[in-house]
Design a protein around this ligand. Structure first.
Ligand SMILES: Nc1nc2c(ncn2[C@@H]2O[C@H](COP(=O)(O)OP(=O)(O)OP(=O)(O)O)[C@@H](O)[C@H]2O)c(=O)[nH]1
Length: 381
């Protein structure tokens, strides 16, 4: 159960956050406690071990509070679940309070402030770090003033102010460096996002036709080669079909290329609606498509393709009420031992027959004969 908490359950982001908060609190808290404890041992901790013990009980109560908050997953309710800024503010506060008691080694304690700021360099905005830096510097000055006021015997104000000035300079340097790093980080993050988008686009272009979103010829052939190999081992039956829109040139010439593109997309959508599982439709070029129907026989495939042909012919267009879009299709099932080229050639022959028999037809390449169904179109002049 504890292991589950520490790994953040099944969520790797939460697991990383839990480890970050745990590390910041335990390692940072221990370093701070150790420095103050050494100060107490050397009698540099005003109030002695009593004050030290009470103060650090409260401090560790806070640290444990943060750890439990994260372990129990409440951090996920926060805008930044890594709790980077709250942890920075809390640690700064704790540091300042302890610095009030460590008169001779105040600067040593305050140097831990730069370790705190550093934890925010990669995760916080420059403005937030500037606020924390300003707060740290001013609060340090207030602490010197308070100690000088309440315990004048414990402080050499001039030496304290010189140390404070050095602290101020270092804080300015760290905050401006953090700003630079933040800018580089933002640029890199943006560049990574751009690169990610480009890679996605390239991957998409490598397998998809841009106009219809269907697989392109190259990828379709790759897939078909693998499917044929499986079919060759007798795993299942496969049918390929060439589908070619009829008189598409005329559609382009009459209604424009943009409208022609819409028709191509429409065909892709209608085909997609009828295909399932590992079936797919690819655009082979122009108005020619390849449809692959897996785990099916010729009769089932013919039914699907006839349905596609009828659905397409039933489409009506607002911009072209008289238009009927039809498709001719030729299909062939895979015969054991057949090469991919021979198989596709049989489907192509069937398509050729569908066109020559009047289009708007589906012709099946049975072994040794061609057999068509459909509604022959009048051939336009
Ligand atoms: N709108 C559009 N047209 C295209 C695209 N690619 C090719 N074409 C056009 O598709 C047409 C294909 O014409 P043809 O090969 O003569 O075929 P068809 O007119 O359909 O005649 P049949 O196939 O014999 O019925 C050509 O006019 C090409 O310019 C495209 O991406 N978009």
């Amino acid at each position: 159960m504890q292991g589950w908490f520490i790994t953040g359950g099944a969520d790797p982001d939460q697991a990383r956050t839990v480890r970050r908060v745990l590390f910041a609190m335990v390692a940072g808290g221990l370093a701070h406690t150790l420095v103050c404890w050494i100060a107490a041992q050397l009698d540099f901790f005003r109030g002695g071990s009593d004050v030290f013990t009470r103060l650090f009980l409260v401090i560790w109560g806070g640290h444990i509070g943060f750890i439990l908050f994260t372990l129990l997953g409440f951090n996920r309710l926060c805008r930044d679940p890594s709790l980077t800024l709250p942890v920075i503010w809390w640690s700064t506060l704790v540091l300042l309070v302890s610095a009030y008691y460590t008169d001779q080694v105040r600067l040593c304690v305050m140097l831990l402030f730069f370790a705190i700021l550093q934890t925010g360099v990669f995760r916080s905005r420059r403005r937030d770090l500037a606020w924390v830096g300003a707060f740290g510097v001013l609060a340090y000055l207030v602490i010197i003033a308070l100690v000088a006021h309440w315990h004048p015997e414990a402080v050499d104000v001039t030496a304290e102010l010189i140390q404070w000035a050095a602290f101020l300079m270092m804080t300015l340097a760290v905050v401006s460096l953090a700003g630079e790093i933040g800018m580089i980080r933002n640029k890199l993050a943006q560049r990574n996002r751009d690169l990610g988008e480009i890679v996605d686009r390239i991957q998409r272009l490598a397998v998809r036709d841009e106009l219809t979103g269907l697989y392109n010829r190259r990828y379709a052939m790759e897939r078909l080669t693998k499917i044929r190999e499986m079919a060759g081992r007798g795993a299942f039956g496969v049918v390929v079909a060439y589908a070619d829109l009829d008189h598409f040139k005329q559609i382009n010439d009459t209604y424009g290329h943009g409208f022609g593109d819409e028709v191509l997309r429409l065909f892709a959508r209608r085909a997609g609606e009828l295909l399932s599982g590992r079936d797919f439709c690819a655009r082979f070029g122009g108005e020619e498509f390849l449809i692959v129907l897996v785990k099916t026989d010729l009769e089932q495939a013919r039914n699907v393709l006839e349905q596609l042909r009828r659905n397409l012919a039933a489409e009506r267009f607002d911009d072209a009420p008289a238009l009927r879009v039809t498709v001719s299709q030729g299909l062939a099932d895979y015969t054991a031992g057949e090469t991919l080229e021979d198989w596709l050639a049989r489907a192509d022959d069937a398509l050729y027959r569908a066109k020559s028999q009047g289009r708007n037809r589906t012709v099946v390449a049975h072994r040794g004969r061609l057999d068509g169904t459909g509604d022959a179109l009048p051939v336009p002049e």
